[in-house]
Design a protein around this ligand. Sequence first.
Ligand code: UCC
Ligand code: FAD
Length: 581
Amino acid sequence: SELELPLPFSAAKLGSFFQGRPVLKNPFQEDALLRGYLRRHLPHEAVFPDLCAFGKRVATEVDGWGRECEITPPRLAHFDPWGRRVDHILTSPAWKRMKELSAQEGLVSIAYERPFGEWSRVYQMSKLYIFSPSSGLYTCPLAMTDGAAKVIQSIGISWPVEEAYNRLTSRQPEHFWTSGQWMTERQGGSDVATGTETVAVPQTDGCYKLFGFKWFTSASDADMTLTLARVCDRAGATTPGSRGLSLFYAEVSRDQDGCLRGIEVQRLKDKLGTRQMPTAELLLDGLRAHRLSEEGRGVAAITNMLTITRIHNSIAAAAAMRRVVQLARDYATRRTAFGKLLKEHPLHMQTLARMEVESRGAFLLVMDVCRLLGREESGIATQFDTHLLRLLTPVVKLYTAKQAVAVVSEGLESFGGQGYIEDTGLPGLLRDAQVLSIWEGTTNVLSLDVLRCVNRSSGMVLCAYFTHVKVNASASSVSSLDPAIRAVDGALSDLEGFVQEAATKVPGYLELAARDLAYSLARIYTGALLIDHASWKGASPADVYAALRWCEQDLNIVAFNKDRGCYNTNCPGLDSALVYD
Ligand code: UCC
Ligand code: FAD
């Protein structure tokens, strides 16, 4: 009868196949390049156990909090039950746990305690790199917190910012503070000099009251902020442009009724991504503040913060790429199509290998900038290092941000339709990557910053760059790297020729070339770093292969060349070995 038929579908039976999900394993143990890089440069015994334990915690505990931050976004309560304007930003318990964890793990403080001297930044950023994709965007307030501590340190840790500095760099959760960075106003986020309307009215006690409208303020639940405003004279007049801007420090505090002092939270932004984090529009209505810079030196004073936050941004970009590759390669061991696992399809593995090569390049580039920052902060940087750090900071930020959008997008595709499904947690990776090229300076603004530092140094930063790349790429004695070395040499000569020729052109020529120049600087430098790493005695065959592939896929501008090594018959095996290294 009908009742006896073995029907596979019914209300109680949905079919027997359920796809296994990609599993997040310990991101430290899963990352051959990170471990290799640290073994090479930071062989302190304490580092590996700490990163390994932290990686385990991230995979088993913190990643779940990150997800909770995404699905429980912050809300703004303008009024208390009795109608009083309070502007409470209500965040999830997971977001608050991220703050505690950040203090305990020293995610900011390591940079200031400097337990490993010049390598302390590399250590700190390695932790952030492991944490970032699981952090529910908590790395955003941490970036600004680190930047604020850096600004305070650079101007001198004394009243009125001594306590703030101690709190920003504290390991005690109940003592730890985060900072905001309020620069953008309605008329300009890039062109801060023209766009800033906020005025600072001097008070008789030496403080100021700020009046203005800050159009984007991320992590608006911060405990303090650094911000820009124009000091006005007795007649209310201010100086226009960059020369009128000063840097201010303000605490975000509440009165005994719970009302914010001197600030109204106008609304929270409705954003494509970064939804875990409250980004607000703030009316500054008499916010009490202290001037930290000389009058008119606000932009120059806040650039220390920009350097730090741009490096954090690059870490977040590299980490997003690493995470999507880790998940994609795991998924490729679980998903079958056309009779075999995805990892057995050569073209799929080639796709993942290309993502892996981009991730490796980004990692080495950003870690090299952290290395330079660490040298500068330990007082051992040469003039050469300082030039490189200045040039590479905008370069690494702009380039890795673009890579992250491309790699994470490709990564979503590697899960097929599931990559597009919200509660897998995967789409959020792409949404969050998209902001990396916008905030902290757009691609064009940073490309122009590259030109700015080239011009201000009378070309010395480029001299440092060319010398460094030549030394890195030519020191290799590994013969299998020869094609990569030739590619870097060739690209470098082309670039040198271009720069010399550009100097003879009409004004405006270099401005139009700025983005392409910045991309070339990033690609060539990264090629040299991959070669250098692959030449290290502890390097793996995958390191050599990655260097060759980068120089082929990122330095050969020819779109389709039948001689390309990546189509050789031995490649599928090498691609797989690289992806699962
Ligand atoms: O977006 C934001 C927060 C988002 C959340 C944080 C996330 C972090 C990562 C998280 C990962 C998940 S905060 C807003 C960020 N806004 C920007 O980045 C602004 C973009 N615009 C620029 O970068 C512009 O280039 C300006 C505003 C910095 C400069 O414009 P001006 O007014 O045209 O500047 P000038 O006149 O050329 O430069 C003024 C001074 C000069 O020094 P002096 O006066 O001594 O000659 C410059 O050399 O500042 C110096 N300067 C710099 N110094 C300018 N830029 C730099 C620099 N990058 N480094 C060192
Ligand atoms: P615009 O300057 O109007 O840029 C528009 C376009 O013009 C861009 O493509 C840009 O590249 C291009 N452009 C501009 N100038 C030039 C030029 N000279 N040559 C060529 N091209 C040019 N800001 C803060 O201060 N604090 C925060 O906490 C903060 N959080 C943010 C959070 C989020 C989620 C977002 C999206 C933004 C945040 N911002 C914050 C603002 C951010 O820093 C700015 O949006 C960004 O700097 C760009 O400024 P803008 O929006 O005014 O763009």
